[in-house]
Design a binder for this molecule. Sequence first.
Ligand SMILES: [Zn+2]
Length: 116
Amino acid sequence: MYCTQCGKETRDLDRFCGQCGAATGVAGPTYNAPPPGPPKKLMLSRADRKVGGVCAGFADYLGWDVTIVRLLFLCGVVYSVGLALVAYLIAWIVIPVPPLTYAPQAVSGVPAARPA
Ligand SMILES: [Zn+2]
């Protein structure tokens, strides 16, 4: 291959020209690439909700423990003198509810039985 900028020969796997630094158009390994499949969407949680599923939805989205999200939210309520509650209500309204197939274990509305 030859650089389209300066004409210098580049190796087949070079992503940039060694002479002028121009991109060669070779797709190298992409780091921090999102996992394959549809992009993750922020949605309310059906399976792990306490009130509206907002905290659990954020926990799902961020990959955090839902308990951490709830504790942060409660701290936010205290420090914001309740403004976080308003934000919660807005998030509850704005964030979409997942389709029923999203969390099949919660479709019936009965939590799965846990072994004693
Ligand atoms: Zn070049």
